[in-house]
Each structure stands twice: as C-alpha cells, then as structure tokens.
Ligand binder design. Structure first.
Ligand SMILES: [Zn+2]
Length: 343
C-alpha cells in the first residue's frame, strides 16, 4: 500500500512538470483530482477495505496527496500564465527596422517669420530690439507722443480701454518713449509687437495685429539718414530692384512726416490689371518722419542737442503682400496646412 502511494506521488510530480498548456492542465486535473474518476478520489473510496489500524495513516497520506496535487496544479497554472505574458512582451517589442511614425510639429507662423526677417535686417544694421507692455497708460500711448486729449488722432484710433487712463496700446510707439527714458543717445532700436484697435474685421483689418516701429536718436540726425536707412531696409526685404518713394504726410509724433511707397514687387509696375498695386505700380508700405521735438522732450531728451527719426510698419500687411493673400484674416484661421505654405 505504502509503495503504491509513493509511486503515485512521484507520478504527480513528474506529470505536473510536463504541463505545457491549458489542455495539459485540464488533463492533469481530470486524471488525478476529478471527483468521480480521479486517481486520488478513487483512493478515498478504498478506505473501507483498509484494516482499521491503518486507516488513519492511510487517510492522512491520501489527504496529503490531494493537497500536493492541488498545489502542483496551481503552480503549473501560474507558470503557464507567466510564460504567456513573457511571450506577449516579446511580441510587443517594436521592430527597430520599421519606418518611424511621422509627427506634426507645426510651422513658424508667416507673421512671426516676417517679423523675424525684418528684425534680422535691423540687427545687422546695429539696432537693438526693445519690447514694451501691451497694456499701456494713456500717457505713453497718446500724450507723450504729442497726441493730446481732443486731438483728432484719438478719434481715428478707436481704442480698447481697460479702465480710465489704461488701454491696450494702439501702436508700438509707446516703446519709443520708454526707450528714450531708459537709454541715452545714441539710440537705435526697433520695437516689434502686438497692437489693438477696435476695427471690425474685414479683408484688411483685424482688431489685433503686429507692428514694428523704429527709432534713431543722436546728434545731427537728419532726413537723409531716414531716407538712406529705409531704402536699405526695403531693398533688403523686397529685393535690390525695389524702388522707394517718399510722399509728404502728417503724423502728430513726427515733423516732417512721410509715407513710404515701394514699387510693386508683384508686377514691377508693368501690369495695369495688377490686383496687388491696382495698376499704379506703387504700394504704400510704412509711415515715417523726424521725431517731433515735443516727443523727444517727453522722452527726457533735449531737442536742441539731439534729433531723431522714427518709422512704423504693419507686419501683417507685409506678410499679406508677400504671400499675395487676398484677406488678412487667413493669418488667424489656424489652418497649419495652409499657413506653412505661405512665404
Ligand atoms: Zn503691381
């Protein structure tokens, strides 16, 4: 009897080691542990045939066999689960020879690109970049720039007010005043940034747009310096063949003032049907002038000793012109596929 039980124990261990699959597991369970026909269950049925003095020992040993069988079954089950998991992991290791997944990282916005290009040109000419707050005081946005209260220019520039005396700047010109207060001549700066006006959006207007403003202050600065600088800049931006013309104009913060036109970069003045210049051959591109003595004073600079020139241009407008965009609002529609094509 004892031998038979030892032999069964050995088979249990050996067959448990051979379990490789879910089917093997079921087979093992059926063979040894099934209630009706399992070898261990059948041993229990033999209990009445065992001599009474051996019964207790016999019962104990078949119980141990049953527990061993259950333990081996559980271990084999765990082992199979673990192997399946390992195999799954190996299958999920990516194949490094496959091509990568392309990821969209976007593109530099045409307005930012245009602004950077303009900044680069002036940096090469020895200018510094200055920035100022977009929420400004009325003083810096108007008074210091020779635009007193009731001045018609304040009507023209419809303004977003935050509260009395505080507004969203309507131009980058306040940076001129701030720079003059901070620096001593010679001053050569450009000020790029956002500006805000209460314009209804249309093909050439948005309530927020970008400007770049320039300011030069030193002893003996005259209109020839202004003209030479802007010609150099515009040829660098639009090409050497570009012609530049100055027309007298009026701005409160400069005297004398001039609007600056360039020859049409699209048709060169040769196409009377040109949509960009309307057949005139010229495009208005920026405003400029000699800094008004009152503006120099507001910046803490003596207008007897120093003079200067200033200019400003709309970056959106230049981007629109170069890309031949019919509507500036396309800039702000956030369609990357479209924007990244613009030059
Ligand atoms: Zn044209």
């Amino acid at each position: 009897m004892g031998n038979e039980l030892d032999e069964l124990k050995e088979r249990l261990i050996k067959e448990a080691e051979g379990i490789k699959s879910q089917a093997d597991l079921l087979k093992f369970k059926e063979k040894f542990l099934s209630r009706k026909k399992g070898e261990i269950s059948l041993l229990f049925k033999r209990m009445p045939t065992i001599p009474p003095e051996e019964r207790a020992e016999f019962g104990k040993r078949i119980n141990q066999l049953k527990q061993l069988g259950e333990k081996l079954l559980k271990e084999a089950e765990e082992r199979i689960k673990g192997e399946r998991k390992r195999k799954g992991l190996i299958e999920s290791i990516p194949d490094p020879t496959l091509p990568g997944i392309p990821r969209k990282i976007g593109a530099i916005h045409p307005i930012a690109r245009t602004s950077h290009e303009i900044e680069e040109i002036f940096l090469r000419m020895g200018y510094d970049i200055e920035e100022g707050p977009e929420v400004e005081s009325e003083f810096y946005n108007f008074e210091a720039l020779n635009i007193p209260e009731y001045h018609p220019a304040r009507e023209e520039q419809d303004t977003f007010f935050i509260r009395k005396g505080i507004l969203l700047r309507t131009h980058t010109s306040p940076v001129q005043i701030r720079s003059m207060k901070k620096r001593r001549p010679p001053i050569r700066i450009i000020a790029p940034g956002r500006v805000y006006r209460r314009d209804e959006p249309d093909p050439t207007h948005t309530p927020m747009f970008y400007q770049i403003e320039g300011l030069v202050v030193d002893r003996g600065i005259n209109f020839a310096h202004l003209k030479g600088t802007l010609e150099t800049f515009l040829k660098a931006l639009f090409g050497e063949e570009t012609r530049v013309r100055f027309r007298p104009s009026y701005f409160p913060f400069t005297e004398p003032s001039a609007e600056v036109d360039i020859s049409c970069p699209i048709c060169g003045g040769k196409d009377p049907e040109c949509r960009v210049c309307g057949g005139t051959g010229w495009i208005e591109i920026l405003g400029s002038g000699m800094v008004h003595p009152r503006v120099l004073e507001a910046g803490g600079i003596d207008p007897v000793e120093y003079s200067g020139f200033a200019f400003g241009l709309g970056v959106d407008r230049i981007s629109m012109l170069r890309a031949q965009l019919p509507d500036t609002r396309y800039h702000y529609e956030n369609r990357i596929e479209f924007l990244e094509q613009l030059k």
